[in-house]
Design a protein around this ligand. Structure first.
Ligand code: 6PG
Length: 474
């Protein structure tokens, strides 16, 4: 019999996804540019299921049932295009090409449009969960034409993570919607990690706690509202001791955070859409700042290191927990806002509650409170902001005093907490009765006759600043 589905690109993510498919009883054709890797997969894991190794893409295509389903798991960008170009002439109308990499959604839109021309269905599918997830159940965010999901959906749902029996996979929307949603997932992942890092830094530097102490704190937090994969593994990383030096590993790891680009894309796209994803942006910039070694050294030498005014009181741990929770709500509110804006812009009709549902398991940002986000959007699909949902409003309100204390403490102590600070500013910005944007409009009108609107009547106005300063209709 021929294979049900194929995977090309057998680096860790690709191999693990192929193994996951095979373990679920699918006959899976596998291919890699260098055949050695295919052979290695078969020799190490061939016993796990029914694999059909292929030496060439022709062979891979030839081994598949129709309509064919080929998952590409290669590097985003040029390498993905190269595989698509090679595949297309080998396929027939109705066949499906699925890109499971971290592609930019604009590339996905372009590819889908191009493949549609030749009768092929192109599906950009975000896959989250790292190596472990790919093998044991990732969160899958497939976009592309709805009809592709008829054949593909059941297979993907089968291999996806499940929460309460519900698969963490849904047809996200047409064209680039899947990769867009995965991109925002990663943006939230950046923000979440930055907030966690700031919480650690405050407890460590202001609170004087050791990494091992903070590990215990995170372990405790993981059984409350903050329960999530990232909080869980924070305890693991902080608790780990370097075998060579006997020091906490976190004190041995170079403090320059790297990035492959999905967080940056999230911010770039948010700028285009005009959506303030300040927490995600701060997280991206905090990574960039950490990497500016020369600049850090120069400024440190010029000013001396920040003198941390410590002084922990008993309430610090609980305050930081609440600040972390409230800031995290803001980060998610911003990410969901961005998805809502993109959905309107591109006509994707995204179901935000469904996005929260498929992020409950399998992915890196899986967390208990995604259930609450799902409920919020199920109740009110048009929610203007996650912050106004009853549950989150109450949660943020009750955390507010602690959140402010933590921000004050960080600022006073000289410990950078851009995530906490900007999340609080976002919240205060949205709830201010009046913003000084009015002054900005006035200044724009002064130097560039850019006009302003008034609060008391319709129309656009300009003040004759260099004349008699009377107001004219613009
Ligand atoms: C996931 C992760 C995954 C990944 C990114 C992040 O959802 O499984 O988001 O896509 O770890 O590559 O990478 P950077 O931090 O290097 O940008």
């Amino acid at each position: 019999a021929s294979a049900r589905i194929a995977v090309t690109g057998l680096a860790v993510m690709g191999s693990n996804l192929a193994r996951n498919l095979a373990r679920h009883g699918y006959r899976v054709a596998v291919h890699n540019r260098s055949h050695a890797r295919t052979k290695a997969l078969i020799s190490e894991h061939g016993h796990e299921g029914d694999f059909v190794p292929a030496e060439t893409l022709e062979e891979l295509v030839g081994s598949l049932q129709t309509p064919r389903q080929i998952i590409i798991m290669v590097k985003a960008g040029g390498p993905t295009d190269a595989v698509i170009d090679e595949l297309v002439p080998l396929l027939e109308p109705g066949d499906m090409v699925i890109d499971g990499g971290n592609a930019h959604y604009a590339d996905t839109r372009r590819r889908e449009a191009a493949l549609k021309e030749v009768g092929l269905l192109f599906v950009g599918a975000g896959i989250s969960g790292g190596e472990e997830g790919a093998l044991n159940g990732p969160s899958i965010m497939p976009g592309g034409p709805k009809e592709s999901y008829e054949h593909l959906g059941p297979v993907l749902e089968d291999i996806a993570a499940k929460v309460d029996g519900v698969p963490c996979c849904v047809h996200v929307g047409p064209d680039g919607a899947g990769h867009f949603v995965k991109m925002v997932h990663n943006g939230i992942e950046y923000a979440d990690m930055q907030l966690i890092a700031e919480a650690y830094d405050l407890l460590h530097r202001v609170g004087g706690m050791t990494p091992a102490d903070v590990a215990e704190v995170f372990r405790g937090w993981n059984s409350g509202d903050l329960e999530s994969y990232l909080v869980e593994i924070t305890a693991e990383v902080l608790g780990h001791v370097d075998a060579e030096t006997g020091a906490a590993l976190v004190d041995v790891i170079a403090d320059e955070a790297e990035q492959k680009g999905t967080g940056r894309w999230t911010v770039q796209e948010a700028l285009e859409l005009g959506v303030p994803v300040t927490g995600i942006a701060e997280a991206v910039f905090a990574r960039s700042l950490s990497g500016r070694a020369g600049q850090r050294q120069a400024v440190r030498e010029a000013f001396g290191p920040a003198e941390v005014a410590g002084g922990a009181d008993e309430s610090l741990v609980e305050d930081v927990r609440q600040a972390l929770y409230a800031s995290k709500v803001v980060a998610y509110a911003q990410g969901f806002d961005q998805m809502r804006a993109a959905s309107a812009e591109y006509g994707w009709d995204l179901d935000l509650g469904a996005m929260a549902t498929i992020w409950r398991g399998g992915c890196i940002i899986r967390a208990r409170f995604l259930d609450r986000i799902r409920e919020a959007y199920d109740k009110a699909p048009e929610l203007p902001s996650l912050l106004v949902d009853d549950y989150f409003r109450d949660a943020v309100r009750s955390a507010e005093a602690a959140w402010r204390r933590v921000v004050v403490k960080a600022v006073t102590a000289g410990v950078p907490a851009p995530g906490f600070v900007s999340a609080l500013a976002y919240y205060d910005g949205l709830r201010s009765e009046r913003l000084p944007a009015s002054l900005i409009q006035g200044l724009r009108d002064f130097f560039g006759a850019h006009t302003y609107r008034r609060t008391d009547r319709e129309g656009s106005f300009h003040t004759l600043w260099s004349g008699d300063r009377s107001q004219v209709d613009a």
